[in-house]
Ligand binder design. Structure first.
Ligand SMILES: NC(=O)c1ccc[n+]([C@@H]2O[C@H](COP(=O)([O-])OP(=O)(O)OC[C@H]3O[C@@H](n4cnc5c(N)ncnc54)[C@H](O)[C@@H]3O)[C@@H](O)[C@H]2O)c1
Ligand SMILES: O=C(O)C(=O)C[C@@H](O)[C@H](O)[C@H](O)COP(=O)(O)O
Ligand SMILES: [Zn+2]
Length: 364
């Protein structure tokens, strides 16, 4: 068992990583069940493929289960209302624990519901996608999407515990595995060239389900995320904003494709990261070689690295318009995560959006 601690004073919590952990879920969750009930919230695909294993692992610990539709559209006001109503109907008390059992969609929605239900209930993350295991289950960003864009309504609400069983990835569709891999590569791009080198050498192993490489990718990623979140929980110092690499472009691509299956979040992040590096190169900040190396690795991992590969044919102006609600916006200016090289990203505060739009037009 590998334990990583997210160090946030009294809100600190462990992330436990071990193959087969689902079968022992009861050992880790028993202490919560003694003080109240466990309510599992999951989606229909996870319910079909992994819920029996979790239920067996909980060995009779009292639990209720709520199954929601799968997909990004579940991060909505309507689902938030329906979920909180159902939790209230079940008589959930603040001493109960809500288990988010699914990918980032379930984790983000359930975390948000837990943060507002009865002014704040405890919750536990049991992530079932690679993306959720390496990124969304850690750090306490919770959200739903609004009509104007991605994650625009949400809260910071840390879980009490994160249980990661890499074996659950056996049933994850390959496209979803690749999408999660984009957020793994992100940690190398941000500040860790050696990890990007590791990704180039072992990314294929992760994508083919090799157990050792998968655990290494997860453990390295959550350690990096825990460190950054511990330094800047609420994204106030600029440190946590590094985790947003590729997301300003990426969220605009997701908005342009209607938050649909045309482009998954991880795919948008892959393309957004490639764009951030090429824009940095175009600005003379980083070498063309590094930008090409990033795009090449993402593309050979089966991820979109160009607008065409992301199925986006919008003008630069239209894409920049989607960025107007980015949460990094400050005084009407939008800071961008740019790069001086692989592993050397920084928050640039003086980017001219007209120049971004021209760059994106050149990418079409
Ligand atoms: N809070 C954060 O810090 C953070 C970080 C990154 C991403 N996110 C958010 O996460 C969301 C994307 O998460 P995601 O990529 O996990 O997508 P997702 O939750 O939609 O899951 C992807 C698909 O895989 C299915 N699935 C999940 N686990 C499975 C399993 N083990 N076997 C079979 N099918 C399984 C789901 O039903 C779904 O159809 C986005 O909304 C994104 O904004 C949040
Ligand atoms: O944890 C963070 O901080 C991140 O930015 C992680 C991202 O991968 C994630 O997609 C996050 O939800 C984006 O945050 P947002 O603030 O741009 O909505
Ligand atoms: Zn992301």
């Amino acid at each position: 068992m590998k334990d990583v601690i997210v160090g946030l004073g009294e809100r600190s919590y462990p992330i436990r990583i071990e193959a087969g952990l689902l079968a022992q879920a009861g050992d880790h969750l028993g202490r919560f069940a003694r003080g109240g009930r466990l309510v599992v919230v999951t989606d229909e695909n996870v319910a079909a493929s992994q819920l029996p294993a979790l239920t067996a692992g909980l060995r009779g610990i009292a639990l209720e289960t709520i199954v929601l539709p799968a997909g990004e559209s579940t991060k909505s006001w309507a689902m938030l209302e329906s979920l909180t109503d159902r939790l209230i109907d079940l008589g959930v008390e603040r001493s109960d624990r809500i288990l988010a059992f699914g990918g980032g969609v379930i984790g983000d929605l359930v975390g948000f519901a837990a943060s507002i239900l009865k002014r704040g209930c405890g919750f536990v993350q049991i992530p079932t996608t690679l993306l959720a295991q390496v990124d969304s289950s850690v750090g306490g960003k919770t959200a739903i999407n609004s009509a104007a864009g991605k994650n625009l309504v949400g809260s910071f609400h840390q879980p009490d515990l994160v249980l990661i069983d890499p074996d659950v990835l056996a049933t994850l569709p390959p496209r979803e595995l690749r999408a999660g891999y984009a957020e793994v590569v992100k940690y190398g791009l941000i500040d860790d060239l050696a990890f990007f080198d590791w990704c180039e050498a072992h990314g294929d192993d992760v994508l083919s389900g090799d157990a050792e490489a998968t655990v290494e990718a997860i453990a390295h990623s959550v350690s990096a995320k825990a460190r950054i979140v511990g330094e800047d929980e609420r994204e106030t110092s600029g440190r946590r904003a590094l985790l947003n690499l590729g997301h300003t472009f990426g969220h605009a691509l997701e908005a342009e494709t209607g938050f649909s299956d045309v482009l998954l979040h991880g795919e948008a992040v892959a393309c957004g990261s490639a764009l951030a590096f090429r824009f940095s190169a175009a600005q003379g900040l980083c070498s063309q070689e590094d930008a090409a190396r990033v795009g090449f690795h993402l593309a050979r991992s089966g991820l979109p690295a160009t607008l065409a590969e992301a199925h986006v044919d919008a003008s630069g102006e239209a894409l920049v318009a989607h960025m107007a609600h980015d949460k990094k916006m400050e005084g009407g200016k939008l800071p961008f995560l740019l790069a001086r090289g692989i592993g050397e990203t920084f928050l640039a505060k003086d980017v001219d959006l007209a120049e971004v739009a021209r760059f994106l037009d050149g990418e079409r």
